[in-house]
Write a protein that binds this ligand. Structure first.
Ligand code: ARG
Length: 461
């Protein structure tokens, strides 16, 4: 018996429970097997193991993959983690050749590699989901470039905008998220495998070959760093947290908009829930959960940042705590993006209520002030006070400024007694929206131009 085996057999049961990661890292079985096959191929190419051993190793690993996928693999906590579980099973299957697989690597670079492969795969999946969501937002935008909705600040009616413009603000957020995932993907696309425990290996390995076989851009360049680095995991956690913050913001609006007070949208019955006690109610559980789940992905980010903050170089077992949070965040964002996309795709939009809401709060008041500055050569501050009088007058007759007749405008302020008919145009809500035709503004023209840019982007990505 080796010293290691003697130690194992005397382990307390509670130590195995505490020390093991197998319960959660078995999720990495496919990456572990992929990594081991690439490593064995490289070892054979370098003449470090024989071709015959490599073939046995590869066949054995593929058998194990099948066993796991068919649910036939026997998981035992005594194996500690996925790496040992697979290696132990491999030696039962193929005997002594299995013992050669771990040449020139350690579990430290092995786990970093498996986890990197997982993060990279998931990064691509999340990007696809973001793209689908953006596409749906663009589809909605395409038919609402002339639909008025009150633009708000401080959740108070401010200026009229169009609904497409509002959707495009979210499309922009999710596009930045997409780009953030692309950037972390390329920054982290390097293979730690062959870094070994912390300092490299005396064996004549070819890390470039392993990296290539695994689809990485190349090997990492400092074993001490790469055997303990978890920045790639932190980056996906940060990217997910930011993207979920955007998911949460649009969810908040869906919740508000579907209330009686707003009545701007209705969620399709497929994605709304009912109350167990109030039969008349339709609840926005889906956006509420999306908003709520954002909290847990923030927690996962802070959790791992905290795990990493005090670690001396290089690998420390603390790092084993990196996985569950990442798995949880990945699973959370994947289902969240899918369901948000479905909700948006089936959203019933109440154009009439949106436009009606624009007639509350004198949304075109700023336009009147701007008109007086531009056409009457009145200083802005004076124009501001004149407009205030018009608003007060409109309030006194229970009208929105956009609804005033020429007569009423003339009556509202001494300064406007002789004003011409054209002043009414600037009080018109649609006119007000279209007047904001500066680059990036809300006018239908600018909005349509942005939609075209998005269509091109979707096509190119
Ligand atoms: N289960 C471990 C982890 O997830 C694998 C690496 C263990 N390495 C070690 N030297 N004990 O981090």
């Amino acid at each position: 018996m080796s010293e290691q085996q003697i130690l194992k057999n005397t382990n307390a049961e509670i130590l195995n429970q505490f020390n093991a990661s197998l319960m959660f890292d078995k999720k990495l079985y496919a990456q572990d097997i992929k990594g081991s096959i690439a490593h064995s191929k490289m070892l054979a190419l370098q003449g470090i193991i024989t071709l015959d051993d490599q073939e046995q190793i590869e066949a054995g690993l593929l058998t194990i993959k099948e066993e796991i996928e068919k649910g036939e693999f026997i998981w035992t906590i005594n194996d500690e983690d996925i790496h040992m579980a697979i290696e132990n099973r491999l030696s039962k299957l193929i005997g002594s050749a299995a013992g050669r697989l771990h040449t020139a690597r350690s579990r430290n670079d092995q786990v970093a590699t498996d986890f990197s492969l997982y993060v990279q795969d998931k990064t691509l999946d999340i990007k696809e989901k973001l793209k689908k969501l953006i596409k749906v937002l663009i589809d909605i935008s395409s038919v609402h470039t002339d639909t008025l909705i009150p633009g708000m600040t401080h959740l108070q009616h401010a200026q009229p905008i169009n609904f497409a413009f509002h959707m495009l603000a979210y499309a922009n957020m999710f596009k930045r998220d997409f780009e953030r995932f692309s950037s972390s993907y390329s920054r982290n696309n390097y293979s730690p495998l062959g870094s070994a425990a912390l300092a490299g290996t005396p064996h004549n390995i070819d890390r470039f070959k392993t990296a290539e076989l695994l689809g990485f851009d190349g090997p990492t360049n400092c074993a001490l760093d790469s055997s303990s680095n978890r920045d790639f995991a932190l980056e996906i956690l940060f990217n997910i947290a930011t993207s979920m913050m955007h998911v949460s913001r649009i969810s908040e609006e869906l919740i508000l908009w579907s209330s009686y007070e707003f009545g701007f949208v209705k969620m399709s019955d497929e994605y709304a829930t009912t109350s167990s006690i109030m039969p008349q109610k339709k609840n926005p559980d889906v956006p509420e959960l999306l908003r709520g789940k954002t909290g847990r992905v923030y927690g996962n980010l802070i959790g791992l940042l905290t795990v990493m903050k005090g670690l001396p170089l290089a690998y420390n077992k603390d790092t084993q705590e990196d996985k569950e949070g990442v798995f949880d965040s990945v699973e959370t964002i994947e289902i969240s993006l899918d369901i948000l996309t479905a909700v948006m795709e089936t959203l019933i939009i109440n154009k009439e209520n949106m436009e009606k809401a624009c007639q509350i709060g004198h949304l075109s008041a700023t336009d009147l002030a701007d008109y007086l500055v531009k056409n009457k050569n009145i200083p802005f501050r004076t124009a501001y006070y004149i407009t205030k009088d018009v608003v007060a007058y409109a309030n006194s007759i229970r009208k929105d400024v956009s609804e005033l007749s020429l007569d009423e405008v003339r009556k509202s302020s001494k300064e406007l007694e002789n004003v011409e008919e054209e002043i009414l145009a600037c009080l018109n809500l649609r006119h007000s929206m279209n007047a904001r035709n500066s680059f990036g503004g809300t006018s239908t023209e600018q909005t349509k131009a942005l939609i075209e840019i998005f269509k091109q982007w979707i096509y190119n990505n």
